[in-house]
Design a protein. Sequence first.
Length: 133
Amino acid sequence: NYRDSFVETLPEQPKFADYLDRTGEWQEIVEKDADYGEIICRCEKVSKGEMLGAIHQPVPARSLDAIKRRIRAGMGRCQGGFCSPKVLKILSEELKIPPLNITKKGKGSEILKAKTKDMIKETGVKFKDEVRV
């Protein structure tokens, strides 16, 4: 019966930003799981461990916007300029799908169009100023 297995609230996972004044406690968390020691989003202080938690929840985060809404990676001062490539790579690895299939907000909002070298072969365009819109 699905009601027996229903989880009303998700288990709390440690958030790096909550431990800024308690570095000793955070160090213990990192010693248990090194992924919490790798900072993915420096603006919002989000660790790889937090991101993996969001991806592997019962309702997984499967897009950049889903990660942004759940753990705030990409919501900081740079608006994802620094962390989006890392988030995209981790999503691709964890969901076992090609980076070209990672979306911003679902089907039709793919982030990457093609591999750069494939694009050059297709279009012959090598430099930004050669692109005609």
